[in-house]
Design a protein around this ligand. Structure first.
Ligand code: 5AD
Ligand code: SF4
Length: 463
């Protein structure tokens, strides 16, 4: 794919038409999967000869969308609407929309009808066709044709975007897809519909990709999948996630290995054992619980109980006493009552999460929960949300404070945006640390004494 002459030529012709080297901006909505896909989109654009920028007033703009909650869609439509006037004045501009929102039935037609100035629409299943789609849309622009390119597939195919070039956001850390799609069908979730059935990547391909990354200076990888604990189930040669993780810890030269997301129903003893044995595997686990009520967990089709979750936490803390646990929590699920919310708050306090992403349930058309009776009114859900958030803040602050006075290895990510001469990095527990230091430390791991806890982040001093 790299060095696609035809694509280069078309980019050159486009540059000639607009009178300068074209710029491109990829705007990402949503999760780490989308962030990783965007790196591939940037890789293809960069490879084709576009100059990458963060400015949305670019010659080629791509919105990589999310649809997990309704407000994600609203934001995309709002931003697209804002670009309309800019595009009117700059008709050469190419505007593309891709990602999860596009895989919803009817989304492409809505865009075509209501936002006719969008030039290219494609989904998650044909992301790997992006170079070919670019050629088509550039060809049309050069020929002065207005007709948009719309290519949305209903199902996943055997092709994936693994071999596309990629332009990483960070030089020293990278996301690596280990699997795509999800088979769990949690009753509220649209992901299985817009990302398709679960399919795992071959183990050796993953190891090769990580080894290429480490040769390129990467020190930390995040293994990505909707449910990494069921990795390997679709492969001819069965490999468990624990085996994959151990192979990476043994064979790849990394300081830090992270992974997400883990479904509690599939978290194995074998995995806990591997996590406890390798220093390079971070002492942090993101383990979405969603609710503390057994009634709601059952309606969500989560296949575990609060008691089973407590048992898991006990096992994890038994094997890795210092582990940080983070989670996702949803409030306002159909049929939820005050007692269910109290169960959730009680679970948050009992577990003592290091942090949690909290969401108000959002009805997604086509999912089983959308047609369940007793949908919760937004005001009630919002009141519950505030109470759940308060409990999260309390436990997070208490957990964060345990680091005060300790020395932590911090992987330095960037200059601190608010304080000149300061840097920002992360501990292996995934907490942000701000401290004073020179910019040449970016990308390295340095020891930092934690002097103050700010509830969700830390202040430190280099030792
Ligand atoms: N409404 C609200 N939150 C949702 N999530 C998934 N689907 C929905 C929905 N319909 C949340 C879950 C999941 C996280 C990625 O997003 O908590 O773990
Ligand atoms: Fe959605 Fe459940 Fe799959 Fe996560 S495990 S992506 S919440 S269906």
């Amino acid at each position: 794919m790299i060095g696609d002459n035809q694509l280069h030529k078309l980019t050159d012709l486009f540059a000639g038409m607009i009178g300068h080297r074209p710029t491109a901006c990829v705007v990402t909505f949503g999760c780490q999967m989308n962030a990783r896909d965007s790196e591939k989109l940037r890789g293809v654009l960069d490879d084709a000869g576009f100059k990458l920028t963060d400015n949305e007033k670019a010659d080629f703009v791509i919105y990589n969308t999310c649809t997990v909650r309704e407000n994600a869609n609203t934001r995309v439509y709002g931003r697209l609407g804002q670009l309309k006037n800019y595009k009117k004045k700059n008709p050469h501009m190419i505007l593309a929309v891709c990602g999860c929102m596009i895989q919803e039935p009817g989304a492409a037609q809505i865009i075509r009808k209501k936002l006719p100035f969008v030039d290219l629409v494609f989904g998650t299943f044909n992301l790997y066709e992006f170079p070919a789609l670019m050629k088509e849309v550039l060809g049309k622009k050069l020929a002065g044709q207005e007709e948009p390119v719309i290519d949305v597939w209903e199902k996943e195919s055997s092709g994936e975007a693994d071999s596309l070039p990629s332009k990483r956001t960070y030089a020293f850390k990278a996301g690596v897809n280990i699997m795509y799609g999800c088979n769990n069908f949690c009753s509220y979730c649209i992901v299985p519909y817009v990302r398709g059935r679960e399919r795992s990547r071959n183990k050796q391909d993953i190891l090769n990709e990580i080894n290429r990354l480490t040769q390129d200076g990467v020190r930390e990888v995040m293994l990505l999948g909707q449910n990494v604990n069921s990795y390997g189930k679709t492969l001819d040669e069965k490999v468990s996630f624990a085996e994959l993780l151990e192979s990476i810890a043994v064979e790849c030269d990394l300081n830090r290995i992270r992974f997400m997301t883990s479904h509690p129903k599939d978290l194995s003893d074998e995995l806990i054992d591997v996590m406890s044995r390798y220093d390079s595997i971070c002492n942090h686990l993101h383990l979405p619980v969603q609710s503390g009520s057994n009634k709601i967990l059952q309606r969500m089709n989560r296949h575990y109980t609060r008691e089973a979750y407590f048992e898991l936490v006990e096992k994890l803390r038994g094997a890795i006493p210092d582990i940080s646990l983070t989670t996702d929590i949803m409030v306002g699920f159909p049929g939820e009552s005050r007692e269910d919310i109290e169960d959730t708050i009680d679970l948050i306090r009992q577990v003592g999460f290091d942090n949690a992403f909290t969401f108000i349930y959002s009805k997604r058309t086509g999912t089983p929960a959308a047609s369940m009776p007793d949908q919760i009114d937004p005001q009630t859900a919002s009141g519950w949300f505030d109470q759940v958030l308060e409990a999260v803040h309390e436990t997070a602050a208490a957990r964060c404070a345990r680091f005060t006075g300790t020395d932590q290895a911090v992987l330095v990510e960037d200059r601190n945006r608010h304080r000149g001469g300061w840097l920002t990095g992360r501990t292996q527990h995934n907490l942000l640390v701000h401290f004073e230091g020179p910019a040449d430390l970016i990308g390295t791991c340095v020891p930092v004494e934690i002097t103050e806890s700010k509830g969700f982040y830390l202040i430190g001093r280099r030792v």
